[in-house]
Design a protein. Structure first.
Length: 351
């Protein structure tokens, strides 16, 4: 998916220059072959025909999208197809976000891990005293009834961890985690600087997309090495609940704006930047709806997409209540797209 997305701008820029389809395909295909070929002798790098394919498809997708947009802008017709199609795509992306971020736990053999040193994450120097899921103990070993553990995880039952705190960590570190016999992460609880993080396997991971996490912010801010940690996580009616000693919050989950997180999620992003990206994602989606058609049709299609997407589709697919900032961002994006079309359309018709 990232390979496809990265080559869309190349195809779009070439489309603006009037480059034909076959040249765009070559412009994406040839560099991709050279890049992948150069990785063959490099240790730790894997050349992939799939990357070449998706790079090329990305370039052609950019050409198609830019070409259609330019024709829509230059057209004086009052066609409704453009904004309706873009509104439908927006609804599909919001629904897809919820489906991709749902828990998806494979039916395999599960292993409990206490303060595991996994290499790609920080090693937490605390100590786990015990962990349970509902009434099932979770030792640091192969779990006796993986099927039952999977059922309880899918049901969102309470996971409790009793531990002794270690020194503060500079990045995410697993305190308690469950992996399966294919070394796939099922669930992870642990500190990331001052935050308590809950991460679970989602449907998007099976498609090799990225994995956003849920956080109890500042939970470790006043924790010192040697302190007792009583941690719990469970799914409530709306989102997840996380507790660490006296710190507690419920309603944690993903909103419609977190779609960007399935493509490229950085744990080190500060909370304010993640919020900006959430709003920006919806600004971009609704901006394309406004850009795709005349003012009346774009406003009608975009308004319907906002109402249905944020008010109906999002909660129906398990996303949490859309915050006011994302509603405002969606409306702003729609109006900005309509305004941008009004500015660009006369210029393109003249040229």
């Amino acid at each position: 998916m990232l390979n496809l997305i990265m080559f869309i701008p190349l195809g779009a820029l070439l489309a603006i220059r009037g480059v034909p389809l076959r040249v765009v395909a070559l412009a994406a295909f040839v560099p991709s072959v050279l890049i992948e070929g150069a990785q063959i002798p490099l240790e730790g790098r894997d050349a992939s025909l799939g990357d070449v394919l998706f790079n090329t498809v990305g370039g052609m997708t950019g050409l198609a999208v830019a070409g259609l947009t330019l024709r829509q802008l230059a057209s004086g017709s009052r066609a409704t197809v453009g904004p309706v199609v873009m509104a439908a795509i927006t609804l599909g992306l919001i629904g897809g976000t919820g489906l991709l971020l749902e828990p998806a736990f494979p039916a395999s053999a599960y292993y409990g891990q206490w303060t595991a040193n996994l290499g790609h994450l920080e090693w937490y120097r605390g100590r786990v005293r015990g962990a349970t899921l509902e009434d099932i103990p979770l030792p640091s070993d192969r779990l006796g009834d993986s099927r039952r553990v999977r059922e309880l995880l899918l049901a969102g039952e309470r996971l409790d961890v009793l531990a002794v705190a270690g020194p503060r960590v500079p990045r995410l570190a697993p305190l308690f985690s469950i992996y399966d016999d294919r070394q796939r992460e099922i669930v992870l609880l642990g500190p990331d600087r001052d935050d308590l993080v809950l991460r679970y396997r989602t449907r998007g991971i099976t498609l090799r997309l990225d994995q956003p996490d849920l956080r109890l912010r500042g939970a470790f801010a006043h924790v010192s090495a040697g302190d007792t940690l009583r941690i719990a996580a469970w799914r409530a009616t709306q989102g997840y609940c996380l507790t660490l000693n006296q710190a507690s919050t419920c309603g944690l989950g993903f909103t419609a704006g977190r779609g960007w997180g399935t493509l490229l999620y950085a744990e080190r992003f500060p909370a304010w930047l993640k919020g900006v990206l959430d709003v920006g994602w919806l600004v971009g989606l609704l901006g394309l709806v406004g850009l795709a058609g005349t003012r009346r049709t774009a406003l009608a299609a975009g308004g319907a997409a906002i109402a249905l997407g944020l008010g109906v589709v999002a909660p129906a697919v398990g996303l949490t209540t859309t915050p006011m900032g994302e509603w405002i961002g969606a409306g702003f994006g729609l109006i900005a797209g309509v305004g941008l079309r009004a500015v660009l359309a006369p210029i393109l018709r003249e040229t």
